[in-house]
Design a binder for this molecule. Structure first.
Ligand code: MG
Length: 160
């Protein structure tokens, strides 16, 4: 048996110049600003997490790691993804692949795409692919006010 899940996340840029930009667990030191959020605001890791949880019927990232819980303040989103993958596997599902589209104006994703894919694939234990897409000037994303990510995940039920 196979199932799909989708994930979506968006974070606005932070006004704090000290906040690093993290996408898919990879740092973008050339970025002028990081994203604002309760955790490290890694929108790519969050969308991948939600896609996998959704595919396994395990709810969403907010239920697993509530932003009202101080435990997750400044959390490393790759660590949250790793925990979610463990929950997915414990429920008898094996991730097959995840595909992501990151909607952003800046920074350029291409130079670090392979690094993001490697990092996410290692954590998920299956191929994770990442594509960048500009919003062509439309709306808040087009004005570069934040970064969004869409993800779709496929999982298969373990034969037991
Ligand atoms: Mg998020």
């Amino acid at each position: 048996m196979i199932r799909v899940g989708q994930g979506y996340d968006v974070h606005p840029f932070s006004d704090d110049p000290a906040r690093p930009l993290l996408l898919g667990g990879v740092r973008f030191p050339e970025a002028a600003r990081g994203l604002a959020g309760h955790s490290d605001a890694d929108a790519v890791a969050h969308a991948v997490t939600d896609a996998l949880l959704g595919a396994a019927g395990l709810g969403d990232i907010g239920q697993h790691f509530p932003d009202t819980d101080p435990t997750w303040q400044g959390a490393d989103s790759i660590d949250l993804l790793r925990r979610a993958v463990a929950d997915v596997r414990a429920a008898g599902w094996t991730p097959q692949n995840v595909d992501c589209t990151v909607v952003l104006e800046v920074p350029k994703l291409a130079p670090r795409r392979a690094e993001m894919q490697d990092r996410l694939s290692e954590v998920v234990g299956a191929p994770v692919t990442v594509k960048g897409k500009r919003a062509e000037g439309l709306g808040a994303l087009g004005r570069g006010e934040g970064i969004a990510c869409l993800a779709v995940a496929l999982v298969a039920k373990d034969e037991r």
